[in-house]
Design a protein around this ligand. Structure first.
Ligand code: G1P
Ligand code: ZN
Length: 542
């Protein structure tokens, strides 16, 4: 039986680029999740009798919302839902299922790298039929629907057993519970040389993968240890926990410091990696060397041809604007297109769909390719391993050789978190107002060649996205970028991205912060960061 349940709108259900993100208690309010899921369906058309994919990263409240989503999908006339066993699907795996089985779309439950638990974060995101996050047109429509909703449709189907693989009927709808890992593992097998990787592990190569108690655990266990024969124990923290063991499932040098320390230690494994809550981000650390995400995308692109899935070469590379220019030098050498997009994975979708870009990356530890429409943590790790296996060199050798060939882009991001919104906005407004007067002037002996407020003209659909971050370019390829985060939950987060290009191999082993010191000081001179924020140093340096 299908019931139409009266409800009242919540006014705060505005999905961002990563869907609707709120604290668990907000999602637990009566009808809160129901309203949002119904609003997604209200914003879509033509799904009667079609298939919807549902899965999440296993965080607290995942199982409850999966049951609600199944029942509301049945109430709205979907023909079938495909649910990852146990409600588990990494974000890239969900993207793959949507594409592989040509489903109408999918609902992914995650708050990415944010902590989980009864008082932590939860999220609901809709991905369209191309496997990528819903474009702004759809997220705007969902928000509009959420403000006028007065009822939702739900089928009385009882609790569905989501732990047993198989197909059951739920009212008029079919529910298929499938192996969350198998299709994804097969996709990886189709892209990478698994025989070469098996040989690598057989030869004694040591990988350390930290799943951070999040969704990639079962995927990594299956791929590295079962299919590739890496020794038991290669994967650490591989059991997904609703609260991620009380940690932030954020693979950076702060939250995965133990991995960094191990990789810098005397008995370090050959290669270390980690992924985030929902499996789309990656951290790459070779023995004795951390690879910045900006460098990683450049190095993966430069060597991608060594993996079977990319043997015919790349169509183009896309990077978000604040990501370093290291990838640009690779694209130039390969004679392929380079696209500079605003921050956020959704801007890569058109370029990938149009066949203009093959590999994409963001400085925030997101790397991926045209194999899905999300960034993909394990994909990045496997491509690195494939390159290491074929070249027979260490990660450190590959990195230093890359710098010798292309030059090194020293890079760092300084975040000022929870700044009062008014103060952060004043900083940006004042800086914007003086952009025109900056070119030609020098600050701390550094000559400014260009200063602008980045606007993106999408080459595929012609749309224009303005105010995507302020760029200040210096002579010699150095750069400072300032923008306000679009994902923060309290106050404003100011991100300052600093980059210096160093062609001289003799100066490739400097300390990053020291190498960037004059640019950091120049950024403060130009934008008045300390005076505006009232802080004398950033909250996080990556
Ligand atoms: C941050 C990252 C961005 C990423 C997004 C979603 O957004 O900077 O690269 O795409 O999270 O994972 P921001 O908070 O900077 O707007
Ligand atoms: Zn994520």
């Amino acid at each position: 039986m299908i019931r139409t349940v009266p409800t009242k709108p919540f006014t705060d259900q505005k999905p961002g680029t990563s869907g609707l993100r709120k604290k668990v208690p907000e999602f637990q309010q009566e009808h809160y999740a129901e309203n949002f899921i119904q609003s997604i369906f209200d914003a879509l058309e033509g799904f009667q009798g079609k298939t919807l994919v549902i899965g999440g990263d296993g965080r607290f409240y995942n199982r409850e919302v999966i049951q609600k989503a199944i029942a509301i999908a049945a109430g709205n006339g979907f023909g079938k839902v495909m649910v990852g066993q146990g409600g588990i699907l990494s974000t890239p795996a969900a993207s793959n299922i949507i594409r592989k089985y040509k489903t109408f779309g999918g609902i992914i439950l995650s708050a990415s790298h944010n902590p989980g638990g009864p008082h932590e974060d939860f999220g609901i995101k809709y991905n369209a039929g191309n496997g990528g996050p819903a474009p702004e047109k759809i997220t705007d429509a969902i928000f509009a629907k959420s403000k006028e909703i007065n009822s939702f449709k739900i089928a009385d189907i009882g609790t569905i057993d989501i732990d047993t693989i198989g197909t059951v009927k739920a009212g008029d709808m079919t529910v298929e519970i499938f192996d969350s890992v198998k299709d994804y593992a097969e996709l990886m097998e189709s892209l990478f040389d698994f025989d070469a990787l098996k040989k690598l592990f057989k030869s004694g190569f040591r990988l350390r993968f930290d799943a951070m108690h999040a969704v990639t655990g079962p995927y990594a266990k299956e791929i590295f240890e079962h299919r590739l024969g890496a020794p038991n124990g290669t994967c650490r923290n591989f059991k997904p926990l609703p609260d991620f063991g009380g940690h932030h499932p954020d693979p950076n040098l702060v939250h995965a410091k133990h991995l960094y320390d191990e990789m810098m230690g005397a008995d370090a494994p050959d290669f270390g990696a980690a992924s985030d809550g929902d499996g789309d981000r990656n951290l790459i650390i070779g023995r004795g060397i951390f690879v910045t995400p900006s460098d990683s995308v450049a190095m993966l692109a430069a060597n991608a041809k060594l993996a079977p899935g990319y043997k015919d070469g790349l169509k183009g590379i896309a990077r978000s604007m604040p990501t370093s220019g290291a990838a640009d030098r690779v694209a130039e050498k390969l004679g392929i297109g380079i696209y500079e997009t605003p921050t956020g994975w959704k801007f890569f979708g058109n370029l990938l769909d149009a066949g203009m870009a093959t590999i994409c990356g963001e400085e925030s530890a997101g790397t991926g390719s045209n194999h899905v429409r999300e960034k993909d943590g394990l994909w990045a790790v496997l491509l690195w391993l494939n390159i290491l296996a074929v070249r027979g060199e260490s990660c450190k050798e590959i990195v230093t050789e890359h710098w010798a060939t292309y030059g090194r882009n020293y890079y760092s991001r300084h975040d000022y978190e929870e700044v009062e919104s008014d103060r952060a906005n004043a900083l940006v407004d004042e800086l914007r107002a003086k952009l025109g007067s900056l070119p030609g002037t020098s600050v701390r002996g550094l000559k400014i060649t260009k200063a602008d407020d980045f606007a993106y003209h999408d080459p595929v659909d012609g749309s224009v996205s303005e105010h995507q971050g302020i760029r200040i370019l210096f002579e010699g390829g150095s750069r400072v970028v300032l923008r306000l985060s679009g994902t923060g939950t309290s106050g404003a987060t100011l991100r300052v991205y600093i980059e210096r290009y160093e062609p001289d191999t003799a100066r490739h082993d400097l300390d990053t912060q020291a190498a960037l010191a004059d640019l950091i000081a120049a950024a403060d001179d130009i934008a008045g960061i300390k005076s505006h924020t009232g802080r004398d140093k950033p909250s996080v340096i990556t």
